[in-house]
Design a protein. Sequence first.
Length: 372
Amino acid sequence: MTDTDRIIGRTEVNDIEQILMISNTDVDATVRAVADNADAIFTWDYGKGQRPALERLYEKAKTSQWNGETDLDWSIEVDQEAVVVANMAANNRGAGLDVAGTLFEKWGDKEWTELGVQSQNWTLSQFMHGEQGALVCTAKIVETVPWIDAKYYAATQVMDEARHVEVFAKYLNTKLSGHYPINAHLQMLLDDIVGDSRWDMTYLGMQIMVEGLALAAFGFMHQMTTEPLLKQLLRYVMSDEARHVAFGVLSLKEYYQDLTQAELRERQEFAFEAAVRMRDRLLQQEVWDRMGVPVKEAVTVIMQDPGQQLFQQMLFAKIVPNCKKLGLLDAGDGWLRERFTEIGVIDFEHMPDTEEEYETFALAQGEVASLA
Ligand SMILES: [Fe+2]
Ligand SMILES: [Fe+2]
């Protein structure tokens, strides 16, 4: 059995058939229970500022709170179809896609616009579910992390994540045209993160991997969208997310220093598993299903699009340098470096890590009414 088999349950990372076999079979459920397998840790050491970098982050978080109801201009009207058309025109997406001989050959503007609409409903729905994952994971960190400075900081992140779930849900409900249930690959990943008993694994799964990808994805969408309310919403959310990723890097950098090679290898494998689950969800299989298009055929064509390939790789622009900063790329025999090379994202190792760049995402005084 290969490492890939053991960790993600298939031999070939890019085996589309295997990826599509995993789907959400519980789409009508209103709640989902996941055992979190961890003790809640009290600390009697209340000495604030023993970890100065975490204390700084906590103080920063306290003065960076914004209000999703009043700081965003919800009076902006969104004509979703018009936005999809404008976004396509502005970004030239799909221009390199060769549809000759495929099911897309007969598609006209109407079908491509419908795909854009469904794709946006799906993407924002997954963001919303991922934000709830962050809300739950960070609440767990408040319980399980043994350091008082980290408990304080994580408490501010819980509030941030509540706000993120709130604004994505409101945007979906009032400006877009439908919800999607959580993607099964994203759910598997969140289940794994929540279910792990070790407190540092929550950080690695959520703050480094999921939020690292989110920070890149929000950045991409922020740049791409022509819709002013979404642009503003993403700008605010990103200012929080950058702090969250920095929290992960700062905490794990200290903790990993004392781990054995065998323990680091477990972290490398967990990071790789998370990376693959997040890539798998990008096939957005539920969109094709809802549009009545043969899923495997559609995915196979879309995966050939150079724009799509570039987009998928860019999502790792934050994850790879942060894993490097933590020593995870090269620990042991460089196992994770090899895996990231195989999935084509290793070139991002030289990008800035988020411990260094998080302050560049901060909102300026006056940019947000509630901070002024
Ligand atoms: Fe968030
Ligand atoms: Fe976050």
